[in-house]
Design a protein around this ligand. Structure first.
Ligand code: IMP
Length: 424
């Protein structure tokens, strides 16, 4: 049994793409289990930079099977663009498999997402149609990949498009969609994608049974989880480890380890409270040094110090067994670095992440300060190569969460990864 889940421990953008890509070198099967093209993973290999939104980062290795699980919502046109782009960059995508149960994210989902952001919702979504696609899945008016291959698809699709048009036209004053044109678009995509479509739960479970190494790759982060995140400023799926079981079709007993990816500081995109946010030159410096701009939307990310209250929450919700600390090099130049260890709310100390956004908004971070290491980390290959003060920062994270650190990323390149303990 060797399935490992990789989850984001903060608000997403922790560097899961890089960590998954690094672990993928030893994995046999890499599975995306939730989210959609709202995710943006950047992988740098030598001079080559790859942007991935839907396809698991493992695709960059020719011998790995890469699975898009049933929990993902799939924008077919974007997926085909991604396949074409990778092929142009010399990446073989023939080992891609797509769950027959994955839901299709339709053009009207994207339009509705944009329109809802102009209305009463205003969450700062990626406008990739994620919320409306998951809403239709729950409403049971969505279409899975297998449904789009069914002979009865045109009839069911026509009925749904008719209803979507009524909503678009009457509620939003939008022209809506021509059904025939939309049907042609979907069927055109399915003609190219059908060769990838299988029951991926069988594939993943068989791989586990055969003792293969399976990596379940989360998108977004713990605080964007629809149940456990900072609702309503969340995404519409479960980026937490529990989501990996549902979204990949495996039982919880098959998961051996859960690796939480922790960025050495905190960032957030979109609206919502953020206790350690730095709306000053320190935050601006981190944004510039860490290239903290959305891979999907290009939006500047809000930046702040590391928050151990969030990390303890992520440890509990995901049952983290290991941590991967990323972007440590972004903090190279600081004399002193702050870590939030608790919140102060109306004079009282809070140690658990609050469920009320009003409380969270009024929380002041309680900081401890550690000394910065003031030297470049990019050449470090082993843990011992890290300056002692950088090691101390890593150890502090482990001490505050009670979880061992297994990997440290000291730069964007695949090679700039320090291994403390092998995951596979
Ligand atoms: P949605 O997932 O597009 O519906 O957006 C909901 C919230 O999740 C917004 O605040 C987005 O900025 C945030 N979000 C979605 N995907 C990501 C991601 O991959 N990284 C960081 N934030 C994300």
């Amino acid at each position: 049994m060797s399935a490992v889940v990789v989850v984001g421990s903060q608000w997403g953008d922790e560097g899961k793409g890089k960590v998954t890509d690094f672990l993928a070198r030893k994995a046999d099967l890499i599975v995306r289990y939730q989210g959609g093209s709202n995710a943006g993973h950047t992988v740098v290999d030598g001079d080559k930079k790859f942007m991935l939104h839907l396809i698991p980062s493992g695709i960059l290795y020719p011998d790995k099977v890469c699975v898009i699980g049933n929990g993902v919502v799939l924008d077919l046109e974007l997926l085909l663009e991604e396949i074409d782009r990778l092929e142009k960059q010399g990446v073989d995508t023939s080992n891609l498999r797509i769950s027959s149960r994955a839901h299709i994210l339709m053009p009207y989902h994207k339009r509705l997402d944009e329109l809802q952001e102009l209305g009463c919702r205003q969450l700062g979504t990626t406008k990739r149609g994620i919320g409306p696609a998951y809403a239709d899945k729950i409403e049971r008016v969505g279409f899975r990949m297998i449904d789009a291959l069914d002979p009865d698809f045109p009839n069911r699709f026509q009925a749904v498009v008719r209803e979507k048009n009524r909503v678009l036209q009457t509620v939003y004053g939008d022209p809506g969609y021509d059904y025939e044109e939309l049907l042609n678009r979907v069927q055109g995509c399915m003609d190219r994608l059908r060769k990838y479509v299988v029951d991926t739960s069988i594939l993943v479970n068989n791989a586990i049974n055969e003792g293969k190494r399976v990596l379940l790759e989360g998108a977004q982060g713990t605080l964007l989880d629809i149940d456990h995140g900072t609702y309503p400023y969340v995404t519409s799926s479960h980026p937490t480890a529990g989501g990996a079981c549902v979204g990949a079709g495996v039982g919880p007993t098959r998961i051996a380890r859960v690796l939480g990816v922790v960025k050495a500081y905190t960032t957030r995109v979109g609206e919502g409270p953020f206790p350690t946010e730095l709306t000053n030159e320190v935050g601006d410096y981190i944004r510039a040094r860490g290239a903290e701009f959305g891979t999907t939307t290009g939006r500047p990310r809000r930046c702040g110090w590391l928050d151990a209250v969030i990390l303890r929450y992520a440890t509990r919700l995901n049952g983290l067994t290991d941590l991967a600390v990323t972007k440590l090099d972004v903090l190279d130049d600081f004399d002193r670095i702050k870590i939030c260890v608790a919140y102060k709310h109306k004079g009282k100390i809070i140690e658990e992440f609050p469920e009320s956004l009003r409380v969270l908004k009024d929380c002041e971070p309680v900081y401890v300060e550690v000394e910065g290491w003031k030297s470049g980390l990019d050449g470090c290959k082993t843990y011992e190569d890290l300056p002692l003060k950088a090691q101390r920062y890593v150890e502090k994270i482990s001490e505050l969460t009670g979880v061992p650190v297994s990997l440290v990323a000291v730069g964007p390149k695949r090679q700039q990864t320090v291994v403390l303990k092998e995951i596979f």
